[in-house]
Design a protein around this ligand. Structure first.
Ligand SMILES: [Cu+2]
Length: 128
């Protein structure tokens, strides 16, 4: 009978801890979702980079439209200087404030890896 009580307490604790972890991770997934491209006036779209640990969160964009890259305030240090090498052409810039823009050309569908200018932090730009 005593063993059953202990088992009951353990199960209860698993539920409590599990519930906490679940609620917590659910709260976090809201932030983890890659921001979708925002349409700008004219033929461009805005993609906002966010930092996750020492990397960038994946971001998405639409094919065939110029891309303007910004970095929100979660992006720190050298990750504020994203670097793209797209078919041999290099695009980089120092996005000192969340308003600074790195301009990319319209891209074809595909997954474009990028990094910080030092090659320490990585991210993916998914164009679809
Ligand atoms: Cu770096």
């Amino acid at each position: 009978m005593k063993n059953l009580t202990v088992l009951g307490v353990v199960i209860l604790m698993i539920f409590l801890v599990g519930g906490f972890v679940f609620t917590n991770s659910e709260g976090n997934t809201g932030n983890v979702v890659a921001p979708n491209p925002q349409e700008l006036q004219g033929d461009a779209q805005l993609v906002i980079l966010q930092q996750e640990n020492f990397n960038y969160k994946d971001v998405t964009a639409n094919a065939g439209k110029q891309i303007q890259i910004k970095a929100d305030s979660s992006v720190r240090g050298c990750l504020r200087a994203p670097f793209f090498n797209i078919k041999g052409k290099k695009y980089s810039g120092y996005l000192r404030t969340p308003e600074d823009i790195l301009q990319l050309p319209a891209l074809e569908k595909g997954v474009y890896s990028f990094s910080c200018s030092m090659g320490m932090g990585y991210g993916k730009l998914i164009v679809g």
